[in-house]
Design a protein around this ligand. Structure first.
Ligand SMILES: [Zn+2]
Ligand SMILES: [Zn+2]
Length: 173
């Protein structure tokens, strides 16, 4: 699978290891493209000062070629209509996802790189879980638990719960 930097790569490249780790959690070989694509101008909402994640998904779909799974990674803030923001979004049928590290690497608890790294790993692995067919899980400590706040991200462990592991195994058989 491939990770595609969207917009400025400066901050995205810092988290290359975490992205690759997220892929390897599923025994996938990940790679981060060393070129970036500008965020599509159309996806920018000047009133919200955020990028529309649904439109970024479309952009990733156009960029994606033969790669099986493709995840755009941006340091910009993204949203979907009706939500203030999202950490990420996945389109399972097309094998495309978008991850924003914008809020995950926010200095709310100080500039703790260790925490930032773990969050990026967890949310990248969460979106990948969707791409591989997993749905949201009610276990708050599971990677597939839905999070819309940093505390919900931080409560998760960087692994799938037994149930989700079982589902994943079933899906791959
Ligand atoms: Zn999700
Ligand atoms: Zn689970």
């Amino acid at each position: 699978m491939v990770f595609v930097p969207l917009g400025s790569t400066l901050r995205t490249l810092l988290y290359e290891n975490e992205l690759l780790k997220a892929a390897s959690l599923y025994s996938l070989k990940g790679r981060l493209l060393n070129i970036s694509f500008p965020l599509s101008e159309l996806s920018y909402n000047p009133d919200r000062r955020q990028f529309n994640a649904l439109m970024l998904l479309e952009q990733i779909y156009r960029i994606k070629k033969d790669f099986e799974l493709c995840m755009g990674v941006t340091a910009s803030d993204i949203y979907v209509p009706q939500m203030n923001f999202v950490f990420g979004i996945a389109d399972v049928s097309r094998g495309c996802a978008v991850l924003s590290i914008f809020r995950l690497t926010f200095g709310r608890y100080g500039d703790n790189q260790e925490i930032f790294r773990e969050r990026v790993l967890k949310e990248a692995a969460h979106e990948l879980g969707h791409l591989l067919g997993l749905n949201h899980c009610k276990n708050r400590e599971c990677l597939m638990s839905f999070s819309n706040s940093l505390s919900e991200v931080d409560i998760k462990k960087p692994i799938l719960c037994e149930k989700c592991l079982g589902t994943l195994k079933m899906l791959s058989e």
